[in-house]
Design a protein around this ligand. Structure first.
Ligand code: FRU
Length: 490
């Protein structure tokens, strides 16, 4: 049975998407079919396709009643929209189908696990909101909400765990066939914690243990957790709210956090290192999946709650996903690279070898707003103190990436991108400084920039809504540098 709310959304999106011209959307990044998008949900491989669902309000370009939008792809880059998967049409989720994940059941059906938000009592007694974990089962297009919903509620929580902040289940299956999920929760003291639950069949769930607690050091509540093994390590990712800045590692506001460590049978997760996932301005709530060939790939919401006022006026969509990034761990650090499928998109490749210059340099054949560019920078003679790449540039506008080897920093800046709101428009991160030898891979799309520094040791992402006619690229160095460049259109 498809509810009126679901049918309404499906009809609305089919009709209204026609009002968004293809050239007014990102090219290689997923944007909502219509309206608003936040977190990636249910990123998975099912029946020969990648599936990516997303937090979705079709009716407005601002957050509202949360549905799940849906898209499928062969390569995680070119996405095809499918009809809305979930609408907030049940008593237990009437205030929203919040974030969650997807997995294939043993019988071949696809299972969605998501957070239902509802008023606690539907009678006239004033009551607060509660969050519970719910299921929907489907064939890759249509989903039935499970009759036994919710499958996890306040009865399943350990002492002191909040029933109000209890969300974003990430599900996986172990090799013995059992299902597991990690869910974000808030403790009485306001700090986040991540809880582990398990199930024999995917439908009956029990609480197991607390995976990790925030000790008042990494923001407050934690959202959108993920937990997986990679390169011999255990990895936890989560998105903390209300972060306070810590040097250049963690900026203020809504951030991203990765813990790397080992899991001990008795003592649980033992942390060895932690770091930000993306050091840019617009990145939040990432989620990973395992590809059929065993790669751990992550996609994040390439926006941030703190910067939603940076947008194009008069468009019928808001929000975009990052490109899919393949993860690995090296020396207890998270390494991210654009997935290899991305390479197949490159066309009109231009190579520039051993270009030595100082001051400002442009090339007649290097410009554009949708491209993949690799730059290897090396100091010549006494070297340089500042090297800058400007893009989305014309007389009036530009955005930039600036390297300062003495500081060992990279800074991204969109102050001159045409943005009319005050706020956060630049951010710096610490990099491994190899005496001024630095490698950048820059992915530009119509409305964004992602830079992968030194083979993905750091990544910085930001949305830019500069007029598309600003498509210049220039390089500025205050000392002599040698540069190797590869630029491809996408
Ligand atoms: C993170 C988040 C999730 C929640 C969803 C609601 O961005 O706040 O915790 O499930 O967004 O849209």
């Amino acid at each position: 049975m498809r509810s009126q709310l679901l049918l309404k959304s499906r009809e609305f999106e089919e009709k209204e998407e026609k009002n968004i011209a293809a050239n007014q959307r990102p090219t290689v990044h997923l944007s909502p079919r219509i309206g608003w998008m936040n977190d990636p949900n249910g990123f998975s491989y099912y029946n020969g396709k990648y599936h990516l669902f997303y937090q979705y309000n079709p009716y407005d370009t601002n957050w509202g009643p949360m549905h799940w939008g849906h898209s499928i792809s062969d390569d995680m880059i070119n996405w095809e929209y499918l009809p809305t998967a979930l609408a907030p049409d049940e008593k237990y989720d009437h205030l929203g189908c919040f974030s969650g994940s997807a997995i294939e059941l043993q019988d071949g059906r696809q299972l969605l696990m998501y957070t239902g938000v509802a008023k606690e009592n539907s009678g006239d007694m004033a009551s607060g909101e509660v969050q519970t974990q719910c299921l929907a089962v489907g064939d890759g297009v249509n989903y039935e909400k499970w009759s036994g919903n919710p499958v996890l509620n306040q009865m399943n929580l350990p002492a002191g765990a909040s029933k109000v902040d209890f969300r974003d289940p990430k599900i996986w299956q172990e090799s013995d066939g059992t299902y597991h999920c990690v869910v974000a929760n808030r403790m009485e003291d306001g700090n986040g914690q991540l809880l582990l639950f398990s199930s024999e069949n995917g439908f009956d769930w029990n609480y197991n243990e607390t995976l990790i607690r925030n000790t008042n050091s990494m923001g407050r509540m934690w959202e959108c957790p993920d937990y997986f093994r990679l390169d011999g390590k255990s990895v936890i990712i989560t998105s903390p709210q209300d972060m306070m800045a810590q040097e250049l590692e963690y900026p203020n506001g809504n951030g991203t956090l990765c813990f790397i460590g080992m899991t001990d049978e008795e003592r649980g997760f033992l942390e060895e290192s932690n770091q930000s996932i993306d050091y840019g301005i617009d990145f939040y709530a990432p989620q990973t999946t395992l590809t059929p060939d065993g790669r751990r790939v992550m996609i994040g919401w390439m926006q941030n709650w703190d910067t939603c006022s940076v947008r194009i006026e008069d468009t019928k969509w808001y929000g975009q996903m990052s490109i899919p990034r393949e993860l690995s761990i090296q020396n207890n650090k998270l390494i991210q690279r654009p997935v290899k499928e991305f390479d197949a998109l490159r066309k009109n490749t231009i190579l520039k070898k051993n270009i030595v210059f100082s001051g400002r340099k442009t090339f007649t054949d290097i410009s554009g707003r949708v491209l993949d560019m690799e730059i290897d920078i090396e100091p010549e003679n006494t070297g340089y103190e500042m090297f800058e790449v400007r893009f989305a540039e014309n007389q009036k506008f530009h955005s930039s990436i600036t390297i300062r080897p003495k500081e060992s920093t990279v800074e991204i800046d969109r102050n001159y991108s045409g943005v009319r709101r005050a706020g956060l428009h630049n951010r710096k991160c610490r990099i491994n400084n190899m005496n001024g030898k630095i490698q950048l891979r820059i992915i530009l799309d119509r409305y964004s920039m992602e830079v992968f520094v030194n083979g993905g040791e750091q990544v910085m992402s930001m949305a830019i809504y500069t007029d598309q006619s600003a498509d210049g690229i220039s390089f500025i160095s205050d000392g002599k540098v040698k540069v190797n460049l590869t630029k491809s259109d996408l």
